[in-house]
Design a protein. Structure first.
Length: 310
């Protein structure tokens, strides 16, 4: 039997009467509907539903539809007074205070051509990375912030293809996880003059245009077919032998290393974003000052010039 409803006994979880025609017509084109159910459609609808469901059922369906219209009107009248006013749309080109601060920060880094330096400590040795903060500020800020938060600590290198690259940065270890510091994918920063044309290029892994999160890769050789598709944001400046050792690790048919390769920790030697903000730089694994970290690293000594005695 077809359920009957009234305004006083309405149950939103109760299934409504089945409209045979409404269900069937979803599978047809407009022309097929007219041919099958006739013109005007309402007459065809009544005729077919009466044949399939019977006159009583059709009357109940019509009553139910009228009741639903009345209910929607009543509900709208009850809710309307309590609705919040619509938020004002931001004018095109307008910036929030935070956006203005961030833009100024990026402009300072680009003007002064500041770079960042990070050491990835792996179970195979250390990889020293130079970051092109002045060319790809948003990508570098994301990477440096994740490093400072210990996001990459304990993360495995889940994909390795000899003569191509090694990929990491996914805490799930599946190649499908990871998140940016903004909680959503961010846009590419493709820079002319930067190319995947050598060993040790540091680049963002993605699943298409403007889908950067936390995953990145380091090249084992030239792969210029990736140019324009992936954001290059740094390069290897120390640890070439370690990278070579990583490349020689055997893999299975899914390009997964048979021997577990892990990033144990990340040590930030220089963070220009912290400098611009006037904050003290910190590392995830040591309490040494940034200057000491740079001075102790043979690959970064050229950055640190001790003050001359007067």
């Amino acid at each position: 039997s077809v359920p009957k409803h009234s305004m006083s006994s309405y149950n939103p979880h109760e299934k409504p009467a089945v409209d045979f025609v409404a269900r069937e017509k979803k599978k047809l084109t407009k022309k097929q509907k007219a041919q099958k159910y006739g013109k005007p459609f309402k007459a065809g609808w009544l005729k077919v539903n009466k044949m399939v469901l019977g006159e009583e059922a059709v009357e109940e369906i019509i009553k139910q539809r009228e009741w639903e219209k009345d209910w929607d009107k009543k509900r709208a009248a009850d809710v309307a007074p309590f609705e919040q006013p619509a938020k004002k749309k931001k004018k095109p080109g307008a910036q929030t205070v935070e956006e203005a601060k961030k833009r100024k920060e990026y402009e300072t880094i680009q003007r002064d051509e500041l770079k960042g330096y990070v050491t990835l400590s792996t179970n195979m040795g250390e990889l020293n990375l130079e970051l092109f903060c002045h060319k790809t500020p948003k990508t570098c800020e994301n990477f440096l912030t994740l490093c400072s938060q210990g996001y990459y600590d304990g993360v495995i290198m889940h994909r390795l293809i000899p003569k191509f690259m090694v990929q990491t940065g996914d805490p799930t270890g599946t190649g499908r996880g990871g998140q940016s510091i903004w909680g959503q994918p961010f846009e590419d920063e493709i820079v002319g003059g930067l190319s995947h044309n050598k060993v040790g290029v540091l680049s963002m892994a993605n699943s298409g245009a403007n889908s950067n999160k936390s995953q990145f890769f380091i090249t084992f050789g030239a792969c210029t077919h990736l140019d324009g598709k992936h954001t290059i944001f740094g390069q290897l400046v120390g640890g070439v032998k370690v990278l070579k050792a990583i490349e020689e690790v055997p893999t299975n048919s899914l390009n997964q290393p048979k021997t577990k390769l892990t990033i144990n920790s990340c040590k930030i030697a220089l963070n220009p974003f912290a400098q611009v903000k006037g904050e003290e730089e910190t590392t995830t694994t040591t309490t040494t000052t940034p200057q000491a970290a740079v001075e102790d690293n043979p690959y970064l000594r050229h950055m640190w010039e001790p003050k001359k005695k007067k």
